[in-house]
Design a protein around this ligand. Sequence first.
Ligand SMILES: Cc1ncc(COP(=O)(O)O)c(C=O)c1O
Length: 386
Amino acid sequence: MTDFSELIDRRHTNSVKWDVKDNELPMWVADMDFRTLPAITAAIQERAKSGIFGYEEVPQKYFDAVQGWYASEHNWRPDTDWMIFSTGVVPTISSSVRRLTNVGDNVLIQAPVYNIFYNSILNNGRHVLSSDLVLDDQETYHIDWDDLEAKMAEPLTTLMILCNPHNPVGMIWSAETLARIGELAAKHHVVVLSDEIHGDITAPDKGYTPFASVNKTNEQNSVTAVSPSKTFNVAALHAATVIVPNAVLHAIVERGLNTDELAEPNSFAIPASIAAYTQGHQWVHDMRAYIESNKQTVAKFVAENVPGVKTVAGNATYLVWLDTREIDMASDKLEQFIRQETGLYLSEGTVYGGDGQEFLRMNVACPKERLMDGLNRLKQGILAVK
Ligand SMILES: Cc1ncc(COP(=O)(O)O)c(C=O)c1O
């Protein structure tokens, strides 16, 4: 069993997350405070030993490792010919937006959603069209199917970016839901780009379903992006895999990634990814159990100690979506208030769109001791508002 309780000091290490004041506790950007799988570090050290870091090709062994991981972890064996290496999920999304849509087209999303989707769409001169997720009184999000279909049917809607599982609300989409999205998308000629970067991080007894694995319709009308970056805390390695089964879509996306110079690995991306996908099974299962226990701690603590705040019960990601609708302050102001008052640095829900202006996002991928510090600061901050 891996020990995730070690408190590692990440201050002054050029970490985006930890580049904060000494009294501040960052629980915002999606980056874990755990050391990665030791086999990844060993693979990087081994590669570094040669002292030669020239241009590299992506070997078949890399694609075999990705295939093996998806077969054993997610019950899906994507053909290795469908795969393209890329230097990241976000670069892939931006490149695909440029290749699969035209300037002025609508790109469909489901807000509240990962804020960078907006950048990939808007920076390329496309429109954001959101079919907002709807929260019920059980704190569970749903798709408004009539709204989704109406927006897909708009003639200028050509691409949907699906977040599967969904950041920030933590939803795992069921196979039925994915089939229904796929059927509507095919009917209205909308390609689905499924961002599955959080797919490995689910509650121990809950797997996620890859969009393209559901049926032939989904398989042939999709671009799937996966990466070890969230799973193994290796974001700065810049490694992702794009899986495009349909030959025409594959050629278009591959040309885009090549033209945008996104398809060549750095010296460590390949050995680290192979180590992750071939030796990381147990580590990931241990990590999922630790995250689940942290999430339960948050749910209990918030219910018992933080008046006016509720947790949304998502089964995926290491991010907890905190419902602050009972508190009379927009989330950007509330986030700033809590940060100034207590040093706790959360993500303001506003940036995710939809109903996000009444939510905060808390990253719980940290040792329990640090989590408790964060929860006590949250309590202190919320009590100070009231
Ligand atoms: C849904 C989602 N997609 C993509 C990314 C980032 O991907 P990459 O670092 O590979 O560009 C994140 C990071 O938080 C994310 O939450």
